[in-house]
Write a new protein. Structure first.
Length: 159
């Protein structure tokens, strides 16, 4: 599989060559403020399946241990490298050329969720999933992703 994405002005571009490990919506106040919305959407792409191909994104947000990358020109929030989770990159799926992987499988920080906000996520966490939950969640998501591809008439290896 091969997908391309970019910021709004297209000065920063990237490619994704692996399906997501999981998709999510984060309701934390930081994501609310960075998106100007009720939550942020992410597709957790394996680190080896993500590459910036054009431009140089800059670190924004709070400049803390989790690194949030933005376009230096249009300020679009492109992806995040979460602290302690080096095996994936949280890509904003709405930055992809094709609108895929936008439906959240899990939602996090629901303790900070706006009262009216709702998603179709199968799993909800008041904060973040505990580390021991990541493998079972990723396995369940992979099974769901494979079955949805088969139901759509596409081979399981297709992105």
């Amino acid at each position: 599989m091969h997908m391309i994405g970019s910021c709004r002005c297209e000065q920063v571009q990237f490619e994704v060559t692996a399906p997501p490990l999981m998709t999510m919506a984060c309701h934390c106040r930081g994501c609310q403020k960075m998106t100007g919305s009720a939550f942020s959407l992410s597709a957790a792409i394996p680190t080896e399946g993500f590459r910036v191909t054009c431009g140089e994104p800059v670190i924004g947000g709070l400049h803390g241990p989790s690194r949030h990358y933005f376009c230096p020109h249009c300020k679009s929030w492109l992806f995040t490298r979460p602290e302690g989770l080096d095996f994936f990159v949280n890509v904003r799926p709405t930055m992809l050329a094709e609108a895929v992987w936008t439906e959240p499988f899990i939602e996090t920080c629901t303790a900070e969720k706006l009262a009216w906000a709702s998603t179709s996520a199968r799993h909800s966490f008041a904060e973040y999933p505990p580390p021991e939950m990541y493998q079972p969640l990723m396995a369940e998501f992979a099974e769901l992703l494979t079955s949805s591809r088969v139901q759509a008439g596409r081979p399981a290896s297709d992105g």
